[in-house]
Design a protein around this ligand. Sequence first.
Ligand code: ADP
Length: 374
Amino acid sequence: MKKNNLLHSSAKNLEFQDITFAVANASNDGIIIINPEHKISFVNKVLKRWLNWSDINTNKWIGETDKKAYKEFLEISEQQTILESLFKSVEGKQNLIAESIDIKLKNPIYKYMNIYTAPIYHKTEGYKGRVWIIDDQTKEKKIEKAKTEFISIASHQLRTPLTAIRGYLSMITDDQELLKQLDDDTKEFIEAANEGAVRLADIVEDLLNISRLEMGTTVVEPKKSNLKEELTKIIQNYKILAKEKDIEIKTEYKFEKDTEFKTDYSLIQHIVGNLTDNAIKYTPPQGHVTISFSIKNNLLRISIRDSGIGIPKKQQERIFEKFFRADNVRNEDFKGTGIGLYYVKSLIDSLNGEISFESKENQGTTFYISIPEK
Ligand code: ADP
């Protein structure tokens, strides 16, 4: 009780402004405060330190108009246009809270920063200026980059020995004469080794594709082509897979027969392929999968509906996360890695498309995609 009183009385003697400045200086984020006359009234220690590295003397900023700070900041930023549009978006608009943006600072500071801003209001006097907060994301970005590079190197390294293993195994499984000389147990072991190698190769291929996307080395190459022909080719492989599992696949093409559509069909192949593969995998035998394609306002719309096990409601929001798998598939019947949907979502983003889904446990799932013509 006594302690509380003590704290209370000492805090009373402090000006609120002093506390605010102390907190701002202790912060890990860079902070600038601008008054209603657009003059800079405060720059915190962290920001002063960062900007000193690029020869900007922020002590000279105090009392200057915000234009000077904007201009100097633009000069050291790699993504000038993004930063410029952020500054423009709040210019003269007191209430506006700009969205945060990611920018990269040039040599020699190499910083990734997240910048956001908010107006400052006084209870009775109204608008008192604006605060800019600059959050340093460099460490997180570096870790993310290192992870992506690791996945890329590891999967590249795995590829060569895996190709050799698959090659030698298929020399045995394709050689009827040799197979005749083997007893049933040996044949079974070889078959199991072959299946494992194929699965491993698929996983490595998925990892490689993801690291390409994350490193920005995937190129989108749109090509105008006959839509129905391209889509039929993609679905063809999955008809066989479905038949083996006694699942009926129905396809609906709801557009004019000779429609031409410009997009990157190799990416569409990965998107539709992954979703169809999941629909078959997560649907028990004698189930149904319906794939429907239509065109509206230059958008290619695809829906993939299955009568399978569904996705538990409480886990639906996590379904596009990397490596996420729902509880109802974590058993021997459903093999997987949890990267397919993450990959699909990233591909759809690179085509500026959208994806959503509806699902009910034990009833089925429908994925909806729309992709604009490129
Ligand atoms: P996985 O390799 O596990 O299939 P995905 O990234 O393709 O990985 O899918 C992530 C998770 O989403 C799956 O593990 C599963 O829980 C769920 N899921 C995806 N598609 C379906 C579907 N058609 N029916 C039921 N669950 C699905």
